[in-house]
Write a protein that binds this ligand. Structure first.
Ligand SMILES: [Zn+2]
Length: 396
């Protein structure tokens, strides 16, 4: 068949290939997209497109944790890579928006058709349905995160010390129509090991945020690394734990019981170790591996064993495929589990009730078409034939 979706009569587009979905047998199908949705899925007819190369069709991927404004650091590998992050963190709003949109287009062309972006104070005013002429993925954003005064990334967060602060600030997010709230339950590891990872927002303030957000249809994500912060967040009722580097038995049990999603970020940390090694800093690399990556891998395994739902997120310096591969190679998840985490599972976390993440009649037509079978090698997902977002072919 042709390598790109061909226009079919009356504005429809057709694709034929091996359909791969999480937890289902692969089958050769002919898919028709019309008006932004999948209008027909039927067994492939042998005559149709016979003789062309075999291709593989998957639902468009979902990145459940990104920061598109800073994403250029993913592709930058030269000596400037280290300085770029600092530069981007201090750029002005107009430049940040240009970065955001350029990176969004690049991510979409890689097959990521939906992104939950936590990034950072750009959230308000940015709303992308995906598939429009600007060719962005669908992007679900939040306002600037809520945190403690002087806490994690405080120059880009909104400080709260009382329930009144929380209510006043979330009223802005509700008015802006934002779908997500981000809470800083702990510090980060940007300056590890110089800075210890602090426990930040209290359970009480996070509960106030979660109650108000849920009352208005918003969902809540908590950046939480140590067990104590994760416990504060899950007891407060958040919908997802981001990073969750140092999970313990108690948090894993509560997350499984309450259906709290877990979005690990293994690949970005692994990349940091590689960068340290490349710079000859082997002692620092060993320490980071021992103190951060090893516990993070263990957290993912514990969560999986307990039945916690896991979605794929990349943070800044990883791609969706990087994280899928890391979850498989470093934490022992299976192909179907990571594919679900980047499709059906992530769609559920994001509250997308339009069939996103599946290939079925009536579902939003978000598709990733690749040359070879990703069940044999997950990196096959990077060998893109075509990307369809809301029924629109994405420019390469
Ligand atoms: Zn992040």
């Amino acid at each position: 068949m042709s390598a790109t979706p061909r226009p079919a009569p009356a504005g429809a587009a057709e694709l034929q290939g091996t359909v791969i979905q999480a937890g289902r047998p692969a089958t050769d199908m002919l898919i028709t997209c019309r008006d932004g949705v999948i209008s027909a899925v039927r067994p492939a007819d042998r005559g149709h497109g016979a003789g062309g190369p075999r291709i593989f069709i998957l639902p468009g991927l979902i990145d459940a944790h990104d920061h598109l404004a800073f994403k250029r650091t993913l592709w930058e590998t030269g000596p400037a890579a280290g300085a770029l992050m600092g530069e981007l963190m201090h750029t002005d709003a107009a430049q940040m928006r240009r970065e955001f949109e350029a990176n969004a287009r690049r991510i979409l062309a890689s097959g990521v058709t939906t992104v939950r972006d936590f990034g950072v104070d750009l959230g308000a005013g940015l709303s992308y349905a995906g598939g429009e002429a600007a060719a962005t993925p669908r992007i679900l954003t939040c306002g600037a995160p809520l945190g403690i005064p002087g806490g994690h990334l405080h120059h880009r967060a909104r400080a709260v010390t009382t329930i009144e602060d929380v209510n006043r600030l979330l009223a802005e997010d509700i008015d802006a129509g934002l779908p997500w709230v981000k809470l800083f339950a702990s510090g980060g590891i940007a300056n590890y090991p110089q800075d210890p990872i602090s426990v930040e927002l209290s359970e009480k303030l996070m509960r106030a945020a979660t109650d108000m957000a849920h009352g208005h249809g918003l969902r809540v994500a908590a950046h939480a690394l140590p067990e104590e912060s994760v416990l504060n967040a899950v007891r407060a009722g958040v919908d997802s734990i981001e990073h969750g580097v140092f999970l313990g038995d108690e948090s894993v049990r509560i997350m499984a019981d309450r259906g709290v999603w877990y979005v690990p970020t293994l690949a970005g940390y692994t990349r940091r170790v590689r960068a340290l090694r490349a710079a000859g800093q082997h002692a620092a690399a060993d320490a980071f591996e021992r103190d951060v990556i090893t516990p993070h891998r263990r957290s993912v395994r514990m969560a999986q064993a307990a039945g916690v739902r896991i979605a794929v997120g990349t943070d800044i310096t990883a791609s969706v495929v990087d994280e899928m591969e890391a979850l498989m190679d470093e934490a022992g998840l299976g192909f179907d589990e990571v594919l679900a985490g980047a499709t059906t599972g992530a769609a559920e976390l994001l509250g997308l009730a339009d069939g996103t993440g599946t290939i079925a009649v009536g579902a939003r037509a978000d598709l990733l078409v690749v040359h070879s079978d990703p069940r044999e090698d997950i990196r096959a997902l990077e060998d893109v034939v075509a990307v369809i977002c809301a029924g629109q072919p994405v420019p390469a």
